[in-house]
Write a protein that binds this ligand. Structure first.
Ligand SMILES: [Zn+2]
Length: 353
């Protein structure tokens, strides 16, 4: 081979052409006992980045390994292309969401093809196709008819930039190398997609009552073979089951028909030591008290204004960081918005009642 240089570009192109011509990655529906390897469907941002390359190289190497062991392997690819992020991206560019999404898909597929990943492109999925999302609608209807979805108001994580609700798992904390340097920005909660500080909002929402299955999900984790304990623990925390008690406290003179307030506690045994209740500014009781107590009304207004200021600050800067402390984020107990507290331990901006 002396004198002949290895031209990886030409070799790559040649073999990718051969794979394509021979349909080597097309998968036969009649295959018995197939192996299914799915990386994940990327969001259609329009550009492949090194994170994609790492992700899909790992799954591709694994699929090839299984093929080389003589197995029939199905490796599909598709696009997570539905919803507000795609619409917002199109809006920013003053273009049609469908055209924009399609352009992004074409660009990303081209990148994947040039990397030589062994996908069966005849099975490509786009979640924005009616042919695909009609199944989402079908499932939603099934859940609805089975009584497993509810519509109610709740405080949610809101990204002001994406203009969308975020699941808890989509909210990440800003942190840096030194957690003890007193940097006031550390711990700021930001959107995983665009790093804009996350706001809390009261919105009417559909909820899947997965809590009905918490016990079953937890039990199922014990049966998972070969899963690291750390991953199982993450799953347990995500399910978030807490055992405790709901306790009703009588409230006098609150007004507006509020005569009792529900509290959730995991430590019922310490309830006798509670000296006051901390109530979030959006709690019904706070609203009722505000009608007859000017100081309460002023506090709620200040808390709300501070949250609004935070929003404005967040919008006016490209930095994902902000320092101000937001009292609307205090006070958390599952589903009640109250917490029983002992005075000596409390540093919350609370109102006694
Ligand atoms: Zn965002």
């Amino acid at each position: 081979m002396a004198g002949r240089r290895y031209d990886q570009g030409r070799v790559k192109e040649y073999w990718q052409h051969v794979w394509d011509r021979e349909d080597v990655y097309e998968f036969d529906d009649d295959t018995e006992d197939p192996t299914y390897v799915l990386g994940m469907f990327p969001y259609t941002s329009g550009n492949l980045h090194m994170g994609h390359v790492r992700n899909y190289t790992i799954t591709d190497a694994y699929a090839r390994y299984r093929r080389m062991q003589g197995e029939e392997v199905l490796t599909p690819m598709g696009w997570d292309a539905f919803g507000l992020p795609a619409e917002n991206a199109a809006y920013e560019r003053r273009t049609d969401p469908r055209a924009w999404t399609q352009l992004c898909i074409d660009r990303m597929r081209e990148g994947m093809e040039s990397l030589g990943f062994g996908y069966d492109w005849s099975r490509e999925i786009r979640t924005c196709d009616a042919e695909y999302y009609r199944w989402n609608q079908y499932f939603f209807r099934e859940f609805y008819e089975a009584g497993l979805v509810e519509y109610e108001a709740a405080t949610v994580n809101w990204c002001p930039d994406c203009e969308t609700v975020l699941a808890d798992a989509q909210v990440v904390e800003v942190s840096d190398a030194d957690p003890h340097d007193g940097d006031p920005f550390d711990g700021t909660e930001v959107c995983w997609r665009c790093e804009t500080p996350v706001d809390r909002r009261e919105l009417d929402q559909w909820f899947f009552t997965i809590t009905d299955y918490a016990e079953e999900l937890l039990d199922g984790l014990d049966d998972l073979e070969g899963w690291p304990e750390s991953v199982r623990e993450i799953q347990r925390n995500w399910i978030g089951k807490q055992e405790g008690a709901r306790v009703a406290f009588d409230v006098e003179h609150a007004g507006d028909g509020v005569d009792e307030v529900d509290v959730f506690t995991t430590r019922l045994d310490t309830i006798a030591g509670a000296t006051y209740l901390a109530v979030s500014p959006e709690h019904d009781l706070a609203g009722a008290l505000a009608q007859s107590h000017e100081d309460v009304a002023a506090f709620i207004e200040a808390a709300t204004a501070e949250a609004d200021d935070d929003d404005a600050a967040a919008r006016s800067t490209t930095s994902p960081r902000r320092s101000s402390w937001n009292p609307r984020r205090m006070t958390v107990t599952p589903g009640t918005g109250t917490t029983p507290t002992r005075a000596s331990r409390s540093r919350s901006p609370t109102k006694e009642c």
